[in-house]
Write a protein that binds this ligand. Structure first.
Ligand code: GLU
Length: 234
């Protein structure tokens, strides 16, 4: 199974890679620019191998909270939306600067689930994504937090990344987290936790993995995103 997994990743030509706020903060209260640069370098490396990359990036609320000097992650939905509106341009600037260094252009793509439910908008989004990939651009996707709140409430873009992967017919969806993978129980503070390297069609119990302090996803929404993607053949 492990061998099958690495074979599949090697063969994948079109990849959607999702990074959440937990990864992008690297344990701090702000966007960690070193992490962003390192990721941009690694993704540029994959691109140089002839793969196409779409990035799904959270971190707008994080960057906005930093700019507004909020002491903690905002609690109300409106404040989260406001922080995201402030932070989105800062987030994009960070990605743009990092990818510029690799000689790659980025594009800001803000989506909502509603956009992908509506046939016409779905097709418009798909056409734009294909054109961007043809141009060699790295689309950086986030939820449009001003008009939608689903991902802020439940998923830190996990589900959005599965929808984006199926929108573009990706071969592989990679959900990066600050954990080594899926465990049979929450590894933070429980050393009996064992890593589950590969999940087949069996039911997995992932209700233990709540989100960290800076994200909203946790393992549960990652498992649902993985299920959604695999049922679309990804
Ligand atoms: N779209 C939000 C952001 O970029 C989702 C992250 C979250 O819920 O923490 O900040």
């Amino acid at each position: 199974m492990e061998a099958l997994r690495s074979q599949l990743s090697l063969r994948a030509r079109r990849l959607v890679v999702k990074v959440g706020s937990g990864v992008l903060s690297a344990g701090s209260e702000r966007l960690d620019l070193r992490t962003i640069r390192r990721l941009a370098r690694e993704l540029a490396g994959l691109k140089a191998e002839g793969r196409e990359i779409l990035l799904v990036s959270s971190g707008a609320i994080l960057a906005g909270s930093e700019r507004l000097a909020l002491k903690a992650r905002p609690a109300s939905i409106e404040l989260k939306q406001a922080a995201a509106a402030v932070g989105q341009s800062r987030l994009m600037r960070a990605w743009e600067e990092a990818f510029d260094k690799e000689g790659l252009a980025v594009a800001q793509v803000l989506l909502t689930r509603e956009d992908l439910r509506d046939r016409r908008r779905y097709l418009n989004a798909r056409n734009t994504a294909s054109a961007l990939l043809r141009l060699g651009v790295v689309p950086v996707i986030n939820e449009n937090d001003t008009v939608a709140v689903e991902e802020i409430r439940f998923g830190d873009n996990d589900v959005l990344s599965a929808l984006a992967a199926s929108l573009v017919g990706a071969d592989l969806l990679v959900l990066l987290t600050d954990q080594d993978g899926l465990y049979d129980r929450d590894p933070r503070g429980d050393d009996r936790a064992r890593l589950i390297p590969v999940v087949g069609s069996e039911k997995v119990q992932a209700s233990t993995g709540r989100a960290g302090p800076r994200g909203t996803g946790g393992m549960e929404s990652k498992v649902s995103a993985a299920r959604m993607a695999s049922s679309a053949g990804i």
